[in-house]
Ligand binder design. Sequence first.
Ligand code: PAF
Length: 281
Amino acid sequence: MLFTTASKLSENLKNFRSSTKKIGFVPTMGALHSGHMSLITQAHQQTEVVVVSIFVNPTQFNNSSDLEKYPRNLEKDINYINENYPNTLIFAPAIEEMYTRGCQSESFDFGELEKVMEGAFRPGHFNGVGTIVKRLFEVVQPDIAFFVEKDFQQLAVVRRLVEITKLPVKIVGCETEREPNGLAKSSRNERLSETAREEAKVIFQSLSKLKFAFNDKSPRELKDMFETELESNTKFELEYIQIADEETLQPVEEFEKEKKYRAFTAVIVEEVRLIDNIALN
Ligand code: PAF
């Protein structure tokens, strides 16, 4: 069932809120693929009512051409959801519905989380994400919301947002779906040529090599390894490779026992920015 206004969706959800049924929520920017479907599946497994939002959020794009080129196909997305989970509530609002007082982001204090990686390379991005996720949470009022680990930093920011706003939502992180060659599923993959989409497998392959080498190398050596792997293909422009504490997301110079670490990367291929990460231990 499709809703385009917050009031109609809220009205429909009211019936469920008064019952003991749990509301699950999967926020998306559309151009849905099997990675989204996996989140929707988990939402249907864990909750009785599932809302999927489709909204390309302008305030989280720090680059206007990226926003312009972001793939959009609402009709195809709706059909895709209806074919798989016909009892899903789809919320596809217009910009004015989400931004009633002009298209601007709120400013949040995400602390150190927003100063590194995506936060550092995409100024304002997480304030944009925080603004729309908060607004969507207020409209949907879900019990559980599902986010993919491909955007691991976003997941951490959303958890922090829930702490800041005290909204009663449980956040569930879901494993990244991958193409058969290992490339993380992303709506942006659609913009790659067939050759680049195949060659981009090197991103996950190289991250996997770091995981394999974790016990024998320092963070600096792991980063060097990754850079060498990526440099061998001139199509790839490495924006960053970072070895960070999984909890704080701050970069580390050396490993400590008992702590969990992840490698994070952003790579530009044919002007398309791809991100991925891997748990190292
Ligand atoms: O991950 C995304 O697709 C977006 O950042 C989100 C969470 C839907 C907010 O616009």
